[in-house]
Ligand binder design. Sequence first.
Ligand code: SF4
Ligand code: SF4
Length: 381
Amino acid sequence: MADSKWVEPDLNFVKQLKALGGDTLKKCYQCATCSVVCPISPDEKPFPRKEMIAAQWGLKDKLVGNMDVWLCHQCNDCSTYCPRGARPGDVLNAVRAYSIQEYAWPSWLGKIVPDARYWWLLLAIPVAIFLLLLGAIGHLHIPEGEIEFANFFPTLLVDAIFIPLTGWVFLTFGIGISRFMTDIRQHAIADGKAKRKDLNVPDFLRTIVCTLPTILRHSKFSECSTNKDRYLAHILVMYSFIGLFVVTNIFFVALYILQIPGPYSQTNPVKILANVSGIALIVGAILMMTNRAKDRGTNVGKGSYFDWSLLILILGLGVTGELSQLTRLAHIPIVAYPMYFAHLVFVFCLFTYLPFSKLAHLVYRTLAMSYSRYCGREPMG
Ligand code: SF4
Ligand code: SF4
């Protein structure tokens, strides 16, 4: 008699995948069209057909820690050609959202960030902290005279909040990344996908550097057809974040090392970079939203709360940043100061919840792509 193997489906896992946007997973009848049309699936152990049956059976262990899930960049070519409308691209997206929760530390934050019931709590945390601190220093009012945000929210107070937060993000994300790397490596070795089984840190770091141009060019997007129009939106958002990161660091050095306090002239090159990045962020976020919302007549879903909450956050960040500046220049203090307050709330949320939000995929996917290269599982394309 052939050996038999018991599998124990995790029904709660299936339920959660459905809630995270993979609600069509039960429609799959294993025809394998998706694995054939996927432009990056390797010949050996191709995806996403095998991931679809694992999702249907609730085989969490086959999906969380599976690096193939992270190689997928949700081009949704597979969803377009799926004859059953099972939307494998969206199912893999749901698996990634679930995995981000699994690697999260502290785990309670990993659970509430993707849960639509708690959006108000996530916003209330920074609002309460900011109001308490402003109240403690007697700044809970609109300052008189020329608009200068530092008169309302002192720069020292902003830094006293955001510098420790940077440490928090490094700590929480560091723990998540360590869990992720251990997991995908163990799975790759156990599944026979890893031709190279050791993990030589300098070699792996070199592989990450070699992978970065692919990420920076978004070259994988040129290989897909269904979601090709996401390319511009992704490029705009990614480079605007890089621009804003550069600007923040330059202003930090200008203030604390060169002792040049703001506000800076609108013709200052760094300020120009800040404005261009801010506008690119808004345009990119709107493009992402319209791409998600429009019905292209394909099998592509419109996304879950996990996807939309990040887009709203990015748009809110860009809009409040630009409006606070415009209303400052127009001398409308009653709008400028609250807008600046809202902007800081959005910055806090984006930054603090980064390891638990969809934005975390930027790091996890880079690591998975690098590890796949490192261990010898190079996808096609
Ligand atoms: S997801 Fe669709 S294309 Fe892929 S195996 Fe299932 S039915 Fe076939
Ligand atoms: S969404 Fe694109 S990359 Fe992901 S499995 Fe489908 S075809 Fe492949």
